[in-house]
Design a protein around this ligand. Sequence first.
Ligand code: SAH
Length: 244
Amino acid sequence: MTFRATVLTLYPEMFPGPLGHSLAGRALAEGVWSCEAVNIRGFATDRHRTVDGTPAGGGAGMVLRADVLAAALDTVAAAQPVLAMTPRGLPLTQARVRQIAAGPGVTILCGRFEGFDERLFEARAIEEVSIGDYILSGGEMSALVLLDACVRLLPGVMGTASSGDDESFETGLLEYPHYTRPVTWEGRTIPEVLRSGDHAKVAAWRHARAEADTRLRRPDLWERHEGARVPSPSGARHEKDETQ
Ligand code: SAH
């Protein structure tokens, strides 16, 4: 079954863009997934094909009209879920990517200018998604990021079937570091244990490094990982906070 991606955008020529190459490009050519980019401007109703308006209450920039976007959404035979790319949305996670990739496809609304008229999200079932705490000039790049993350998980897309399981975030930890030839480079040698041929030792070393690196680099992930393993015995920390 083909995973169907429909993208509503003012710049349909940006798709599939980089996803027409490499693994995703081959999967697209083989029909593992499809990518339809629909121009939002085609759903404008006035002579000038207006898709935006000035912000109510004043301020800089323009806002995408709810009526035009809803008309676009209601017309295209789109797969669920429907996502809108916006920095105001829920940060994208590998867990959500896995859920989406397991479904029939996805419909993505790409913002431009200052973003969307808020009433669009009240009137339609749309999931607001952010790809991180920084601002892009449009939703197209974030849609490509989301699609890339989904497509590589589709059956048959990745070379080695197992190569997804160990990745950063899949286990709640960052992945361990990698090394390859040459054994010695600029005086630095690949850790002895990785050259020992002892699979149990290698696995133990990798696990220890994944834990140590996560603790050091991503205390937020580490805390969640520890929290998931050892249920917090009491609300001790909260009680302390309240006395401050
Ligand atoms: N005024 C908005 C930013 C608009 S940026 C705000 O401050 O929240 C223009 C468009 O780029 C957005 O509508 C969205 O579609 C896209 N975009 C920008 N940053 C993004 C991010 N971090 N994640 C997802 N989409 C983003």
